[in-house]
Design a protein around this ligand. Structure first.
Ligand code: 5CA
Ligand code: ZN
Length: 409
């Protein structure tokens, strides 16, 4: 699957600092130590509805990871998936009387447009679940042949007990896992499972649903977690630097994915850090496609909102906090963008050398984008009060805002 075009990342003087980031598995902050090629996997959308502000906030967090790494002169190997076949997508297509492939293609195209407008750097590999199926089947066969997976009426389940490290990503107790599993695509109450938490790896073909050749597994379609594992192992291998997504993916998705991969390879860990973004709410509830309380990026754009203002609204919240989208959040961002643009449109201004360092330090400190914005605010306020004659400063501020924050001034 093709991704979207990359916006140019302006070069900056000097070099950024190494990223310290909160890791869900250890529950603390770690300093990442990627090689010359940093490796990141970020879970992509299930394309049955348009990109909402919650999605955009999560992708914004991982876009910052990529920008910080690029600023340390590393290459970034970024992989993202599209869950272009799964229950919610098929259910929505049936509800609307639409072909599921057309629905997935349309919403994926809109996601690309939104990501481009928001200046999110694209993944190097953008891979759909459907195109990953030929790679998924042998993994499920291997898990089954080694005894880590079992058959239940033609469906194949992963046995969570086969991984000695199971539970080490989310650290939840069995009851919490059971509740979240039921809420997030699992089937803990299905009779016949060895452990209620065991997730499906391969679902045998159902009447009226799409299915693919699964070799010795029979016709069917893949489970959700093995999709991301197959794509990540194929393009990144074990022990990559960051596994990213929203906090609703810590369990079961990232927990199960880590277990699948660890059992498949006999290696540990799947990822060096599991990084989770907070949830964006609207009217007091998590924004979610299933609830329908959504603010779409595309709707805002079509209403004439500058994508740079949307981006600033996302950046104004720390990626790990849960926050609420309101009209005021957007209004504040629009005003801030106006102040910044006015400040960089002058021929000279106060030196911005210290500002570059401040933004670098803020982002290296667990992606503290709000602190980075305040640093630019201070420079803009100095500029407003007429303080400086550095002719290179406005250009440097524009470049640093673009290179490190993805904001085009
Ligand atoms: N396709 C799977 C991942 S493999 C999936 O979760 N798709 S999704 O479309 O439901 O979500 C895409 C990303 O947006 C995930 O990382 C998810 O955690 C994140 N996300 C969903 N809702 C919100 C929200 N309200 N706030 C912040 N992030 C969200
Ligand atoms: Zn995923």
């Amino acid at each position: 699957m093709h991704a979207w075009p990359a916006s140019e990342v302006p070069a900056l003087p000097g070099e950024g600092a190494d990223l310290q980031i909160h890791d869900t598995a250890t529950g603390g902050r770690i300093t990442l130590d990627p090689g010359p090629v940093a490796r990141i996997y970020v879970c992509g959308i299930t394309p049955y509805d348009a990109t909402h502000i919650g999605h955009a906030a999560t992708y914004n967090a991982f876009d910052l990871v990529q920008r910080v790494w690029l600023d340390t002169k590393r290459q970034v190997h970024y992989v993202q998936n599209v869950t272009d076949v799964d229950d919610p997508l098929l259910e929505r297509a049936v509800r609307d009387g639409e072909d599921w492939t057309a629905l997935a293609e349309r919403e994926t195209a809109l996601f690309r447009e939104d990501m481009t407008a928001l200046r999110m750097l694209p993944p190097k590999h953008y891979v759909g679940a459907v195109e990953a199926i030929p790679g998924i089947v042998p993994l499920v066969e291997r898990l089954r042949d080694s005894g880590a997976a079992y058959d239940l009426d033609g469906d194949v389940y992963f046995s969570v007990e086969s991984d000695a490290h199971f539970g080490e990503v989310s650290h939840l107790d069995a009851e919490a896992m059971r509740l979240l599993s039921a809420e997030r695509g699992g089937d803990p109450d299905r009779p016949g499972k060895k452990n209620p938490l065991d997730p499906m790896l391969w679902m045998a073909a159902r009447e009226g649903e799409p299915s693919w050749d699964g070799g010795s597994l029979g016709r069917g379609r893949p489970g959700w977690h093995i999709e991301c594992v197959a794509i990540a192992l194929d393009h990144l291998g074990m022990g990559f630097d960051v596994q990213g997504g929203g906090s609703d993916l810590a369990f079961p998705h990232h927990e199960m994915g880590a277990s699948h991969a660890q059992v498949l390879t006999g290696e540990h860990p799947f990822a060096q850090a599991y990084v989770h973004a907070g949830m964006v709410a609207l009217d007091g509830e998590k924004m979610s496609k299933s609830k329908g309380n959504l603010v779409f990026v595309s709707k805002l754009r079509h209403d004439g909102v500058d994508p740079a203002a949307i981006r600033l609204a996302l950046l104004a919240h720390h990626y790990r906090s849960d926050w609420e989208w309101t009209d005021q959040v957007l209004q504040d961002a629009v005003e801030r963008l106006g102040r910044w643009r006015a400040a960089v449109s002058r021929p000279d201004g106060p030196s911005a050398d210290a500002l570059v360092t401040e933004i670098r330090q803020a982002l290296a400190d667990d992606l503290d984008a709000p602190a980075a914005l305040l640093a630019v605010d201070r420079w803009a306020a100095l500029q407003q009060s007429g303080g400086g004659t550095d002719e290179g400063a406005p250009g440097l501020v524009s470049r640093v805002a673009d290179a490190l924050l993805g904001v085009a001034l």
